[in-house]
Write a protein that binds this ligand. Structure first.
Ligand code: NAD
Length: 255
């Protein structure tokens, strides 16, 4: 069993009980870690505070990654309450709905910049804020998708954002390695969540993945969470800069 007692972590991206971030929070808390959970805005506060009540010693904070002052406040509070950090889970993505329908060719400048800011740049921003608190080394984990590597219909600008996110994972890993901070990405198969429902053809995607994946089913958030747990533990101490597919094997198939 993985033992994360005395470990301190922060998780970005819990919206509701279906969120991959929530599955990760549960797995990490079960292993004994103490957690800070952030939520994007006031609308999500009550829901996230209610979920957090089941995690002993956890704290919750509002943090919209497009607001530098909220990012600064979040890490100031973590410093105050925890004193240091051992891991950070980045489970955040957003693109305007109209950019996830129709042609990628028609992506507006505004939609492109928004998607890249929230879904990719935020990892760099949060890693920069977290690194000084990772005084005893650390692990940073982000969530990506196969649309970064291959064209997935309707995924559009989000695929471009995920490609930037995966490249960021490698650049950050190269720089932070000297401080014994590891940075990895999990490439999850499709899961029915709030964010996934924004993608034009989710039902088709789920069906297609389940039919083609070697394991002949879709992955569960719990399985992604278990990989996050492994990446936050000493069991993965030699792994950094990787994109680990947790997709029931879908990505290995040519057709
Ligand atoms: P989700 O909707 O539960 O989580 C997305 C989170 O991003 C939400 O908590 C939302 O509040 C947060 N967010 C959006 N804009 C933000 C901002 N400006 N500031 C702070 N937070 C913001 O959906 P999810 O599927 O759990 O998504 C989590 C991550 O997993 C995303 O990066 C997503 O791309 C990735 N992912 C999801 C799937 C899937 O099929 N569900 C597959 C592969 C990767």
């Amino acid at each position: 069993m993985i033992d994360l007692r005395n470990k301190l972590g922060i998780i970005f991206g819990v919206a509701n009980k279906r969120s991959i971030a929530w599955a990760a929070a549960q797995a990490l808390a079960e292993a004994g870690a103490r957690l800070a959970l952030t939520y994007q805005n006031e609308r999500l506060r009550e829901n996230v505070e209610e979920l957090a009540q089941s995690l002993a010693g956890s704290i919750t904070m509002q943090c919209d990654v497009t607001r530098p002052e909220e990012v600064a406040q979040t890490f100031a509070r973590v410093r105050e309450e925890f004193g240091r950090l051992d891991f950070l889970i980045h489970s955040i993505a957003y693109a305007p709905r109209e950019a996830l329908e129709g042609e990628y060719l028609q992506t507006s400048r505004e939609a492109f910049l928004t998607a890249l800011e929230i879904s990719a740049y935020s990892l760099t921003e949060l890693a920069r804020a977290a690194a000084p608190l990772m005084t005893d080394g650390g692990s940073i984990v982000t969530m990506t998708y196969y649309g970064a590597e291959k064209v997935v219909p309707h995924y559009n600008v989000m695929g471009v954002a995920k490609a930037a996110l995966e490249a960021s994972t490698r650049y950050l890993a190269a720089e932070l390695g000297q401080r014994n901070i590891r940075v990895n990405a999990i490439s999850a198969g499709p899961i029915q969540t709030l964010a996934a429902r924004g993608i034009g053809n989710l039902t088709t995607m789920l069906k297609h993945h389940a039919e083609r994946a070697p394991l002949r089913r879709n992955v569960e958030a719990r399985e992604v969470a278990h990989t996050a747990l492994f990446l936050c533990s000493a069991l993965s101490s030699g792994i950094t800069g990787e994109v680990i597919h947790v997709d029931c094997g879908y990505n290995i198939m040519a057709f």
